[in-house]
Design a protein. Sequence first.
Length: 286
Amino acid sequence: MGKICTGCGNQLSFLRGLTKSICVECENKKRAEEERIKAVKNAEKERIKNEIIHNKAINDPQIEILKTYDKKQLALLYGEIFNQYELDGGLEKNEISTLRKMQDDLGLTNDEIKYEEKVLPHFFIYSIRSENQLPTLAVHLPEGISNIVLKKGEEIHYGSGAILKESRVVNIGYEGGSHGVSFPIGMGIRYRVGANKGHINKEERMIETSRGALIITNKRLLLQPIPGQKPMSLPLNKILSYNCFENGVEIYKDGREKGFFFQTFTAGSPEIFGIILEFLLKNKQS
C-alpha cells in the first residue's frame, strides 16, 4: 500500500510519495494559505506603521503585535518610520520618544537601526534648537581604558572609539647610487671614486600615533588611550578649526601648523562631533 496524504488522507502517487507527505492539491492549498496569512500580516504592519507616523506615538497593543515579526522586518519598519519623520527637516521630541520606545520595547540594537548614524544627530540638533544646549551622555569605556577624571563643571557630551593619526615625514628608501670605480694606489691599497648611496626618498604620511576613546566635553576634546598609547587633552579654546569627513574629524590647534586626524569607527560619529564642536566653539566666541 502506498503512502497516504497527511492533509486529506488520499493516496499519493508512487513518485510523489518518495519525496512528499502531502498531495498536490493540499500543497497548493497550504501555499495559498501561507500567502494569505503573509498578506494579512503585511497589511497589519502597514496599518500600524501609518498610525505611528500619523500619531507620532506608539502604544502597547501595537508593540505586542509587532513582537510577532522578526528582527529584520522590525528594523526595516523602524527605518521607514524614521525616514518619514526625517522628511520634515528634523525630528521633534515626540518623534524621538516614539523611536526610542520602539527600539527599547522591541529589543532592537543600536547596530540594527543604525542609531548613531541616523537618530542621535537629530537628538543633538533638537536639544540645540529647543533648549539651546547640548545633552549630556554616559560614555561606556572599553575594558582597559582608564576612567575620565572630569574637571569642575565639566560634562561629557559624546564619545566614540578613534585612532589618532598625525602627519609625519617618513623615509621610504634610497634611490640611485653608484658603486664607483676603484684603482690601486700601491701597497695593496685601492681607492674608490664616484661611490655614493644616492639620495633618500621621503614623503609625508598620516601615521597612527595613538588610539582609544575620543571624548568631547564642554571644556575639551580628549583621547583616553588604550594601555601603552599616549593620551591627549585639547582645551576647546585652543581649537582653531575643524573638518568633518566620512571616516573622522580633523582638528587644528592654536600654535600648531599640522592638524590632528581622529579616525572614527561609527558612521555617524564625525557628524555628531561636528554638531557638538560647532555649538561649543560658536558659544565660546559669542
